[in-house]
Design a protein around this ligand. Structure first.
Ligand SMILES: Nc1ncnc2c1ncn2[C@@H]1O[C@H](COP(=O)(O)OP(=O)(O)OP(=O)(O)O)[C@@H](O)[C@H]1O
Ligand SMILES: [Mg+2]
Length: 406
């Protein structure tokens, strides 16, 4: 999931007074209640495009769907409150008091939340289609537990709960995609390791030369697994904004020269060389040195992979007062124009499956993009098929972002 497609939680939008009153009453009675909310993403825009009547009909459909679920997905006495166009979003607070239970099991809430969300999504899209709305309507849901606190006013409590629920949903979605992609990526090396280990166990161990070779394969594949896991974790941490950046004054030219030296052996087999060009008096630049070097390493590694034999990869540094630029240029295969927007996606590779000449996982560029963005910078690409590719990392000047950070 791309977190950018989600609007900010509507933190300053008013809550319906009747909802708050009900929450207050329930909380005082029960100490804690389950809190579920559902939001029609961009409800305001929907009404703008299709008129208030369509909005009203959609809300009605949602309300009816919910009413039908009373006694099924949740018990009759549970509270449902529906926000309307006047608050620009649709929201339900559902309080499912534990029956014979001390506390809420989060998994119960999650289950109810998912099922209600599914039902609502289906219904609202059905209704919308009947009303002539062509675009797909996205719903978002969240759940958490609200606890009574006499010190905190109820609107504050609800506000916080809503924020927490939204964040949790976002993290869960990241985890979900992550897990499914990971399983897929882990399978290949694991199958290989298992296969070779099996053959060894079945008797190949008695042939030392073969055994030696196959152990090497197992060892290499295990290494691949290790790198894969490290990168995946890295990526999911960066995406969830769980990674601390360590900014320093960095010698960018030195960093690029060092990367070139480290990667030079990679080009040896095909005679690809790396050159570093820079304008004079390059100042130290605010950056997280390790992270940035990860970016340049991946760009140069890609450039080498897609260069023709004897090709040259150029790392070109330039700066103005406002921005420093690191360009990584190759004269290689290039990337088809229609693929360009996708190459920064996780697991995306232009050459798929067995067509891929290199065992890449399609993670490098998405990690790079996140890191550059964490610098407040931009990562861009230009490419011409059969002529070559140019990636451009652009980093804002230090003092500007320092100010923003504080
Ligand atoms: N310089 C380049 N020239 C041509 N294609 C490129 C270049 N850089 C990236 N690509 C394309 O973009 C895809 C994604 O690149 P990315 O670095 O994310 O993954 P990868 O190199 O395949 O694997 P990883 O970096 O995770 O080991 C590559 O698989 C390749 O198809
Ligand atoms: Mg790569």
């Amino acid at each position: 999931m791309d977190s950018k497609t989600l609007p900010e939680a509507h933190s300053d939008l008013p809550f319906l007074k009747s909802v708050l009153e009900r929450v207050d009453r329930e909380l005082k009675q029960r100490e804690q209640v389950g809190f579920l909310y559902f939001d029609v993403i961009e409800f305001g825009r929907l009404i703008e495009t299709h008129g208030p009547e369509v909005g009203q009909r959609l809300l009605q459909a949602l309300g009816e769907t919910l009413n039908k679920q009373r006694g099924k997905l949740f018990r009759d006495e549970d509270l449902i409150a529906v926000g309307g166009p006047e608050v620009d979003f649709f929201v339900i607070y559902l309080f499912s008091p534990p029956r014979r239970k001390e506390a809420f099991a989060k998994s119960d809430l999650k289950l109810i939340s998912n099922r209600v969300l599914q039902k609502l999504s289906f219904m609202i899209n059905e209704t919308a289609a009947r009303l002539g709305v062509k675009e797909k309507i996205d719903l978002r849901g969240g759940y958490t537990v609200l606890k009574y606190d006499p010190q905190v006013p109820v609107d504050r409590l609800v506000h916080e709960a809503r924020k927490e629920a939204a964040l949790k949903t976002e993290l869960e979605e990241i985890m979900l995609t992550f897990v499914s992609n990971v399983s897929h990526e882990l399978r290949t090396p694991l199958t290989c390791i298992k296969g070779y280990a099996e053959t060894l166990l079945e008797g190949a161990l008695s042939e030392p030369e073969l055994a030696q070779r196959w152990m090497k394969v197992i060892y290499d594949e295990a290494g691949r697994l290790e790198r894969l896991i490290r990168d995946l974790l890295d990526l999911s941490m960066i995406e969830a904004h769980q990674v601390e950046m360590h900014f320093n004054e960095v010698d960018l030219v030195g960093l690029c020269r060092h990367t070139a030296a480290v990667l030079a052996p990679h080009g040896k087999a095909t005679g690809v060389t790396i050159e570093v060009e820079s304008d004079d008096n390059f100042p130290l630049w605010r950056a997280d040195e390790d992270r940035l070097s990860q970016v340049v390493t991946n760009l140069v590694d890609n450039a080498i992979k897609y260069s023709p034999a004897q090709g040259v990869v150029t790392i070109k540094l330039s700066h103005t007062r406002e921005r420093a630029e690191i360009e990584v240029i190759d004269r290689g295969t290039g990337i088809p124009e229609e693929e360009l927007p996708r190459i920064f996606e996780r697991f995306y590779r232009v050459e798929k499956g067995s067509a891929a000449r290199f065992g890449g996982r399609g993670l490098g560029l998405s990690i790079a993009m996140h890191i550059v963005e964490a610098h407040g910078g931009e990562l861009r690409v230009e490419s011409k098929l059969h002529e070559g590719t140019r990636f451009r990392v652009s980093l804002p000047a230090g003092d500007v972002t320092w100010l923003e950070e504080e």
